[in-house]
Design a protein around this ligand. Structure first.
Ligand code: NAD
Length: 284
């Protein structure tokens, strides 16, 4: 592998340590930052993720309330829970964990998350505000893409960035954040013709498709910077990205690892957003 490894661990540690200091300051002043995580699934990878968030909140001094409604929860029940948490002065951040029960639409539900408590940018209102250049919490993963590039000194202004994936949690918000940094952004998706031709014309490739090995050496220009957002479980219990690191690592200039790249920064930003929300709500 000749590409530089753009780790997210050091940046995540720095964000967590700033967040812990701010959480301690707020707690001492009588506001204990609190994150509520609403769960309505028995999905094992979701349970693993919720446990990892709970551990991370504990490390930085944020309280975490997991509200488990069970996999039979209905849309109205989930909405009522989100309404109640939105109105609860003790709660500063709200995450609605997916998947949701069949027939329950995550975006419809997320409309019930008060936007200034929407620390993972799940409410469509947050995406709209982000697109309009108004203040809003971006989905933590999308923000992690930009923060990891900035942390490693990758200049985005005027550069061509190809984002592979157009979901509302990663691809679209990442494209808006990159545009805000003056990048020239192309958003690719499952219907894009000749993906390799588009991505290999880019200075930076952001892979967020959830497809193991989608991005190979044929998809990147020599020396390009590649951000691998994919977190795809393997049969042996491991985790791999969307990028074929073996071949891309020989051609790209830099590559984020999986695990240890975007993932840890995402978690750290969720914590940071919760403390920012607590601070803003306290002043309000
Ligand atoms: P999604 O399934 O909602 O969206 C996938 C997107 O990729 C779609 O827009 C689709 O059009 C596009 N796509 C699929 N196949 C393609 C192909 N062959 N060519 C081009 N585009 C293609 O997924 P998502 O929720 O946006 O997540 C994407 C990946 O990011 C997943 O692996 C997910 O696990 C990972 N993820 C990681 C984190 C993290 O913290 N690191 C957080 C969220 C998501």
């Amino acid at each position: 592998m000749t590409a530089a490894v753009l780790s997210g661990r050091e940046l995540a540690a720095a964000i967590k340590s700033e967040t812990a200091a701010e959480a301690a300051r707020l707690s001492a002043a009588g506001t204990a930052p609190t994150l509520a995580v609403v769960v309505a699934t028995a999905d094992e990878s979701s349970a693993w993720y919720v446990r990892s968030i709970a551990r991370a909140t504990e490390q930085v001094g944020i309280a975490c309330d997991v509200v488990d409604l069970g996999q039979e929860a209905t849309g109205p029940e989930i909405r009522r829970t989100l309404d109640a948490l939105s109105a609860d002065d003790r709660v500063h951040g709200i995450i609605l964990q997916t998947p949701l029960p069949p027939g329950v639409d995550a975006q419809e539900m997320a409309l019930a998350i008060r936007f200034d408590k929407d620390v993972d940018g799940a409410n469509p209102l947050s995406l709209g505000r982000l697109a309009a250049g108004l203040s809003a919490f971006a989905p933590a993963t999308a923000e992690a893409v930009v923060r990891i590039l900035e942390h490693h000194g990758v200049d985005l202004a005027g550069r061509h960035v190809a984002v592979v994936g157009r979901s509302t949690v990663v691809g679209k918000p990442a494209a808006h954040l990159l545009l805000d940094r003056n990048a020239t952004v192309t958003v690719c998706h499952s219907r894009t013709r000749d993906l390799a031709a588009v991505t290999s014309a880019a200075d930076v490739v952001v892979a967020a498709a959830g497809r193991i090995g989608l991005i190979t050496a044929d998809h990147v220009a020599p020396g390009a910077v590649v951000v691998d957002v994919g977190t795809n479980p393997t049969e042996d219990g491991g985790l791999v990205g969307d990028v074929d690191a073996a071949s891309v690592g020989e051609k790209a200039g830099a590559l984020t690892p999986v695990p240890g790249g975007v993932g840890p920064v995402t978690t750290a930003l969720l914590l940071a957003h919760t403390v920012q929300a607590a601070s803003a709500l306290r002043r309000a």
